[in-house]
Write a protein that binds this ligand. Structure first.
Ligand code: MN
Length: 262
């Protein structure tokens, strides 16, 4: 590279850095112009007009002993593991409605996983368990919908099983209930029925890692922030649904949530 060329490149680099800095400043002032609009992802909050803005969706795997066993692992030895879903996989389900939920593409074995979901108002790193619940804004009832055949196939090939978990509408959620109204959920019945037949029926106190421990462990791996939500894992007896099935989810202390597979 000649001196002249290098100087040109350096000048161009400086100009770009300047532009980037101006762009950051504009963004901070809310004045940035985007080439098109992407809808913000939010969850309704029960009893108030403001909505909860979503930053990330974390999910805990195999957090009930009986479910860990049915998925082929030893619940006594495995630390919690995590995965994420894209935020725009959220399907908000209003209370008192049966929401249509589209059967997804590519799968022939589409599974329900009913779960408690914790929504954070703040975060941090290396949060101790005894401080973790201070970061919870509220709780919701959720379904971690799963293309089980794709998850198993990828898992068998030692490939990432994202395609089994992270797809459109895969994160079904009722509204968030602020913790000042509901308190924290350390125990309570959680269940799921398909067409009136109970399939999953457990208690939150059977979780291997409770919500406080989940937040603490997650914060060792990621800096948690306001807007993060955590699917806390499903109890045993996950199973398939088909088009036409109506799912009814119950969690003691929250309103029911229901979807119809279409
Ligand atoms: Mn799950």
């Amino acid at each position: 590279m000649t001196t002249l060329n290098r100087r040109t490149v350096l000048a161009a680099g400086a100009a770009m850095a300047g532009a980037a800095a101006r762009s950051d400043q504009a963004m901070a002032q809310g004045a940035v112009k985007t080439v098109f609009t992407v809808a913000p992802i939010t969850i309704p909050i029960a009893g108030q007009s403001e909505v909860f803005p979503v930053r990330r969706i974390y999910c805990i795997g195999r957090n009930y002993a009986a479910h860990a066993i049915e998925r082929g692992s030893d619940p006594t030895r495995e630390p919690p593991f995590f995965f994420q879903k894209p935020t725009d996989a959220i399907q908000n389900v209003p209370v008192g409605k049966v929401a249509d939920h589209p059967y997804p593409s590519l799968t022939k074995n589409y599974h329900h996983e009913v779960e408690l979901v914790a929504a954070l108002k703040s975060g941090g790193t290396d949060i101790p368990p005894d401080k973790a619940l201070d970061h919870v804004f509220g709780y919701a009832l959720g379904l971690d919908m799963t293309r089980r055949d794709l998850q198993n196939e990828m898992s068998g090939m030692k490939k990432p099983w994202e395609i089994g978990k992270s797809f459109d509408h895969a994160a079904v959620l009722g509204p968030i209930h602020p913790v000042w109204k509901t308190g924290h959920f350390t125990k309570g019945a959680i269940s799921l029925a398909v067409n009136g037949t109970v399939r999953q029926d457990a208690n939150l106190d059977k979780m291997i890692w409770n919500v406080a421990e989940q937040i603490s462990k997650l914060s060792e791996a990621f800096e948690l922030k306001a807007g993060d939500i955590i699917y806390s894992g499903t109890p045993e007896n996950v199973g398939p649904v088909v088009k036409g099935d109506v799912l009814l989810c119950k969690l003691e202390g929250l309103p029911d949530m229901s979807i119809r597979i279409v």
